[in-house]
Write a protein that binds this ligand. Structure first.
Ligand code: NAP
Length: 285
């Protein structure tokens, strides 16, 4: 039987509606409209689309957003100075630095400059540490979105073997951290470019999260029957967007699977809005 397709667009819309309701309550109770400041350095076409989508989503949820466009040759000092001024601006609740930054910039130093209370991407070491200890301030957007998608399937996560392909700071590592937390209780294997025989790990995965960045890296015959498959990958192949999983054969074997597009992507944005709301709540408490 073909897998259930996990509708990330619909679930993201439901999350966004909840954020909109809570944002309206915040406005009534404390006169605060959550404000996300996005920084876009350079003119990478994919980044422009992502930032536009985030601005649109903010508007739909009743959140305020501003975009700070910087030229591709912006200096490290200029970018840091902008972040410092946003850190001090009481009207700004969340700061988003769209990645990737132009290659001459030091991404780690830039992200570390964002004030931890405005770090709605949850990249700051303080927020990563809190999340690892199971007392998160902000949840990392993409992994938090994946957790919501997993919960939406109704399949318990506890005791399941979750295999994650990819160990990036943005997806793979925090994904593993959320899945092993008490309450989620999965047993986690992380694979990366030095892992031999990834197919063998995938065949044992009750939950498979692919975050590799290689189109159709996970072959259909690697999927364990009745697995839940979450495809984080977004790869442009010609005119098409393709995930990291070979979709059609995986659809035949899995119990549930996310499509690309329309799976994890919309959830990442929904979680960003949720974090921006939380930032505004924390700052106005
Ligand atoms: P990344 O930083 O490039 O990390 C890719 C990971 O995949 C690394 O850990 C790398 O291993 C591993 N890898 C690369 N080649 C491999 C191979 N041949 N075998 C096994 N592992 C391999 O990418 P990312 O930021 O995590 O993003 C991954 C994908 O998700 C991309 O397609 C990205 O566009 C997409 N993404 C989507 C969303 C969303 O909202 N849907 C959000 C973020 C990212 P090493 O560490 O050993 O190099």
């Amino acid at each position: 039987m073909a897998a259930r397709i996990i509708d990330g667009k619909l679930i993201a819309e439901q999350c966004r509606e909840l954020t909109a309701t809570k944002a309206a309550q915040l406005k009534t109770s404390r006169g605060v409209v959550p404000h996300l400041a996005a920084i876009l350095a350079g003119d990478d076409p994919a980044s422009q689309v992502y930032v536009r989508n985030k601005e649109r989503a903010c508007a739909k949820a009743g959140l305020h957003s501003t975009l700070h466009r910087l030229p591709a040759d912006v200096s490290q000092q200029e970018l840091i100075a902008l972040i410092q001024s946003l850190n001090q601006d009481p009207s700004v609740n969340g700061i988003l630095v769209q990645l990737p930054l132009p290659r001459h910039l030091n991404t780690t130093q830039v992200l570390d400059t964002v004030h931890p209370l405005k770090d709605v991407d949850a990249f700051h070491p303080e927020n990563v540490g809190l999340m690892l200890q199971g007392r998160p301030r902000f949840l990392p957007c993409t992994p938090a979105g994946v957790m919501q998608l997993l919960h939406s399937t109704g399949t318990p996560i506890a005791g399941k073997h979750a295999v994650i392909i990819g160990r990036s700071d943005i997806v793979g590592k925090p994904m593993a951290a959320l899945l092993i937390q008490k309450g989620a209780d999965a047993t986690v294997t992380i694979c990366h470019s030095r892992t031999p025989d990834i197919a063998a790990f995938c065949r044992q995965a009750d939950i498979l999260v692919a975050a590799v960045g290689i189109p159709e890296f996970v072959r259909g015959d690697w999927i364990k029957p009745d697995a839940v498959v979450i495809d984080v990958g977004i790869n442009r192949v010609g005119e098409r967007l393709v995930g990291d999983v070979e979709y059609a054969p995986a659809l035949e074997k899995a119990a549930a699977i996310t499509p690309v597009p329309g799976g994890v992507g919309p959830m990442t944005i929904a979680m960003l809005l949720q974090n921006t709301l939380k930032a505004a709540e924390l700052q106005s408490a």
